[in-house]
Design a binder for this molecule. Sequence first.
Ligand code: HPA
Ligand code: ZN
Length: 290
Amino acid sequence: MPVPKAELHLHIEGTLEPELAFGLAARNGLTLPWTGTEALREAYRFQDLQSFLDLYYALMAVLRTEQDFEDLADAYLARAAAQGVRHAEIFFDPQAHLARGVAMDTVVDGLWRALGRSEERHGVSTRLIMCFLRDESAASALATLEAARPHLDRITGVGLDSAEVGHPPSKFREVYQAAAALGLRRVAHAGEEGPPEYITEALDVLGVERVDHGLRCVEDPALVRRLVRERIPLTVCPLSNVRLRVVDTLADHPLPAMLDAGLMCTVNSDDPAYLALFSYSYGQVACSPV
Ligand code: HPA
Ligand code: ZN
């Protein structure tokens, strides 16, 4: 029996396995620019967050209908359940779909067809967190929150993801205020590639109750003391950090030091279809499948 787990940092679009991507492409009459699943997997060699995001957004082209979003979420929930996940708080990136002409209704209704019966079908309770793309404008984030209003009964909170450096949390002050006024919970990616100051801004300007990644807090001892004192959870994703070259090897990851410092860290997968270390070796550490 696998250890029971909670998954608190998971991008549903990052669970799109190559086999499903090709299946959805065929169903939607699309041709992908890779000859097959092995060729696609070969492309999963990332230099940094941006090189991953380029592929992550490109492959989303196959997600077009409610059924596609349902199939994506249902496949993830089945795999998660098999690995012992009992609760999953799931990010989605509506702006990446709206920009391709896929409506908010299609995305949320499709995801909900899987999430709404996840407890009964997979024994996994779920929450849905809508992320704003931080490399898009603040006005676009506000418009996205507006577009989500008919769906807020199914959306627990808001988050902030995509390319971090140069897009500080303070850019999204207004939309986080609006989200709070609507009763939404608030989290944000901060301190993945961006500096420790972004973690402080996420707390002080956006009012987040949990920080996604938060890794670079280790560079600022006063910030570490604050995170410990205020018991702010950090959703750490060690395998993602290795694959996106935030750290060189798993052995270099600061998670053990973070736990020793008293930080409230949880371990999460981020984008498992792209970032799990399937017998892939970096530096001194070879990792087996997860
Ligand atoms: N970081 C930032 N944005 C993302 C990620 C991530 O790891 N995955 C999907 N969007
Ligand atoms: Zn993430």
